[in-house]
Structures are given as structure tokens and as C-alpha cells.
Ligand binder design. Structure first.
Ligand code: FA5
Ligand code: MG
Length: 415
């Protein structure tokens, strides 16, 4: 029987995600620990910093794009179900069947046909098909990523998409026939074959000024930002925006001109589009000076009380409750000979057993024994409690449990 009190759970045969049931198969790799994040909906929690940031972005888009009658053009979709099909997450976005981003080791699959969305772009196709042409999607996304201060397996994205008719790109003119969005030509690294150069340039200019304006509105005019060329299968050309945060360039969004094929597949023939996807945590870290991405999951009043205001534009700087000392323990083991081993499986295990006590896991050494043909991995685990001092004795207990669980469930032998 499925546990019915949790928003999402698994009993080994079925996975339940917010009331939808899925049959487990060999592709399933969601863990109970990961599923415990589903339904927290941090972006919808009143007075949560992620909700404040989402509201600021929404307000900015409302103000920037108005209908002729002065109403906001963009619609907001913040409660779309996080379980999506592989078609939504990949195929509808023209991601090739053998693309690395589909790997089991990088995603949380519910079963062969379903996963917890890896990005909010998964909803582009369905919303365009429904007739929306200016919309935002806000939601939780899931990735088997590395673990550090700016990466967490569950985070939140805000997606923006705008489709324009020729009139919207060029403004209304006497002789509209002289203006055209499309032109058949060669595809280059700066232009899709179907777009006229002028149309694509105008869309790029609007997209970039929109996003730079957003950065200035939230971070101030002094914030240092830069554009980097990027690649996505669903936009061309594509860019990423980076922001200087404590002396380091941090990527805060990806964007580009929507591949025309996506619009055609969704039944739109007379528009050109742009899209962006930003990481809400990264924007909140920059905006409030929040040093660690795990803090967003804190239920501690020391954290939450700092954001207890109703006007999302309120200016605050996060004050660290305290920076407790880290405890560093290494773990080394021989990989199994007769079983497949992926580092991502070990990361999941560490997350499940160590929970929020583990701040970082890094593979620090790999070694293959010349005679035995066995490979050994050494990982460095950094433990730190967010809200109190952690003793070495306490850490040793958790570390021992991680070793034992790795040996019994991954088939490795501890050195
Ligand atoms: C995407 O997810 C694309 N779907 C974005 C996009 C949308 C491009 C529409 C073009 C058009 P990417 O994997 O780079 O791209 O993630 C987008 C943003 O999410 C990043 O810039 C970063 O701000 C944030 N992000 C990515 N991985 C993590 C993570 N593990 N933890 C926290 N934030 C992350
Ligand atoms: Mg990226």
C-alpha cells in the first residue's frame, strides 16, 4: 500500500506523485528521499524568498509587456504537475534520442515513459498548442546533478516565452506586405534558415534588453553581468547570462530564439518566438546574499523570519545565522566487477543517508589496479550542519552508515 500522507512516495511496485500512480520498471530511479521534496512547492509558499523572487520577475514582465488596453500580456502557470512524459521533457523540444541530457544518471525517472521534469521548458509545447503566446511557467525541477553551494538535486525555474506576429515585431505600418518574418536561406551559427535576419535580430534585441532590464531591476545598475554564447536543441541562436557573485561568474539563465519546428509542431505558423529559463535560487542568492542553496529548504525560523514581509520588493540582506565548522571525511572503495556502477548512484545514496548534513561530495581520486583490473574511487565528503555545531563523533556515525549502505546496496568494497 502506498503511504497516503506524503505528496509523493514509492512502495517498490508503484510510484505515487501528487495523486498520480506510475508502475515501477527498470528505469525507475526516484528515491523516497528525493520524493519527499515533491509538493513542498517553495515557489508558492507565502513569504518564502523563492516566491518573493518569482513575484518580482512576474511583476517586471507584467509591467514591460502590456496589451493595447493596458493589461499584462503574460499569463502565469505555477501549478503544472512536475511529473512529465519523456515526450514533454525531451522529444517535444527536439532533444535527440541519444542526447546526453536524457541519461538515467542525470535525471530522476519515474519509469521508462515518465520523469520528474528536468526543466520548465517541458511545458512549452503544450502551452503553445493551447494557444498561449506570452507565458511564464514557474515550478520545481529535478536533476541528478553534483552537490555544492549552488547546485541541489531539486531547484526552481521560471520559464518565459513570447511569440510575436509580424505586426508585433515591426509595429503596424501602412503597407504590412513589405514586412516578413520568414525567408528561406542557409542555417548559420547566428540564424535559423527560415528566419529573416532582421526579424531574428529584433527578437534577439527584445529578449536581451528584457533580461538585462530584469537583472538591473533586481540587482541594481552596478551589478556586473555578461552574455555567453550557448547551445540548446530547442533554441537557435542561444545565450546564457552570467552574474558576478562574490568574485565568481555564476550562470543565472539560458535563452534563445525558439526553433521554428517547435512552433510548427504546436500548430503555430505565423509567429517567431523567444524563450528563457532562469534558476530562481541563483537569482535569490544574488539578490539576498544567501550563501548556500540548501538554505531554501530550511524550516528554521532563523532563516524564514528574515523574509517575513508582504511586499516582495522589500530590500533585505541575509544574515548568516552562523557559519559552523565543516567536518571532512574521505571514503574509498573498489567498484564492483560484475555490476554497473555510476557515481550518481553514490551521490543519491549519500543524499538519502546523510540528508542535509552533507554539504559536498567530490570524487577526488580514481585508481585502477594494474594486475587485478579493479578500479577504486575516493570521495571526499564535507559535512556541515546549517544551524548548529556538528561533532566529529556524530559525523562518524553517519559516515559509517554511508559506508555500510554503499557496500550492501552498490556492491562496492570499502578499502
Ligand atoms: C535549461 O534548463 C533550459 N531549459 C533553459 C532554457 C529555456 C534555454 C528556454 C533556452 C530557452 P540550464 O540547464 O542551463 O538550461 O538551466 C537553466 C538555469 O537553471 C541555469 O542557468 C541555472 O540558473 C539554473 N540551474 C541549473 N542547474 C541547477 C542546479 N543544479 N541547481 C540550481 N540551479 C540550477
Ligand atoms: Mg546551463
Amino acid at each position: 500500500r502506498l503511504m497516503s500522507t506524503k505528496a509523493a512516495s514509492t512502495n517498490g511496485t508503484k510510484v505515487d506523485v501528487l495523486g498520480r500512480e506510475y508502475v515501477v520498471d527498470p528505469m525507475t530511479n526516484v528515491t523516497p528521499h528525493l520524493l519527499s521534496h515533491v509538493g513542498r512547492d517553495l515557489h508558492l509558499q507565502p513569504r518564502h524568498p523563492l516566491r518573493h523572487v518569482a513575484q518580482r520577475v512576474t511583476q517586471y514582465m507584467y509591467d514591460r509587456y502590456l496589451s493595447p488596453r493596458g493589461n499584462p500580456l503574460f499569463s502565469v502557470h505555477s501549478q503544472l504537475h512536475p511529473a512529465v512524459t519523456t515526450h514533454q521533457n525531451f522529444d517535444s523540444l527536439l532533444i535527440p534520442k541519444d542526447h546526453v541530457s536524457r541519461k538515467k544518471s542525470d535525471n530522476f525517472y519515474i519509469n521508462e515513459g515518465h520523469l520528474l521534469r528536468a526543466h520548465t521548458s517541458a511545458h512549452q509545447g503544450e502551452l503553445i498548442s493551447m494557444g498561449f503566446d506570452n507565458f511564464l511557467v514557474i515550478g520545481d525541477v529535478y536533476r541528478r546533478d553534483e552537490i555544492d553551494a549552488s547546485h541541489y538535486p531539486v531547484f526552481h525555474q521560471l520559464e518565459g516565452m513570447r511569440l510575436c506576429t509580424v505586426k508585433e515585431v515591426y509595429g503596424a505600418h501602412q503597407n504590412m506586405d513589405e514586412y516578413c518574418l520568414f525567408e528561406s536561406g542557409e542555417r548559420t551559427d547566428k540564424l535559423q534558415g527560415v528566419h529573416s535576419g532582421e526579424s531574428a535580430r529584433r527578437m534577439e534585441a527584445d529578449l536581451k534588453s528584457c533580461l538585462l532590464g530584469l537583472a538591473t531591476t533586481l540587482f541594481g545598475k552596478e551589478a556586473e553581468v555578461r552574455w555567453v554564447d550557448a547551445y540548446f536543441p530547442f533554441t537557435h541562436p542561444s545565450w546564457e547570462l552570467e552574474v558576478l557573485l562574490n568574485g565568481e561568474w555564476v550562470e543565472v539563465l539560458g535563452c534563445g530564439i525558439v526553433e521554428q519546428e517547435i512552433l510548427l509542431n504546436a500548430g503555430v505558423e505565423d509567429k517567431i518566438g523567444w524563450a528563457f529559463g532562469l534558476g530562481l535560487e541563483r537569482w535569490a542568492m544574488k539578490l539576498y546574499g544567501i550563501p548556500d542553496i540548501r538554505l531554501f529548504w530550511s524550516t528554521d525560523s532563523g532563516f524564514l523570519s528574515q523574509f517575513e514581509f508582504d511586499d516582495p520588493a522589500t530590500k533585505v540582506t541575509y544574515k548568516s545565522v552562523s557559519k559552523y565548522k565543516q567536518c571532512i571525511n574521505d571514503i574509498s572503495f573498489w567498484l564492483p566487477k560484475d555490476m554497473e556502477y555510476e557515481a550518481a548512484d553514490f551521490y543519491d545514496l549519500v543524499r538519502t543517508v546523510g540528508g542535509p548534513l552533507v554539504e559536498q561530495v567530490n570524487l577526488v581520486d580514481t585508481f585502477t589496479h594494474p594486475k587485478k583490473g579493479l578500479t577504486s574511487h575516493c570521495y571526499r565528503l564535507v559535512y556541515r550542519h546549517m544551524e548548529r555545531v556538528l561533532t566529529q563523533k556524530e559525523v562518524n556515525v553517519v559516515h559509517k552508515r554511508i559506508e555500510e549502505t554503499a557496500a550492501s546496496s552498490l556492491g562496492v568494497s570499502i578499502r
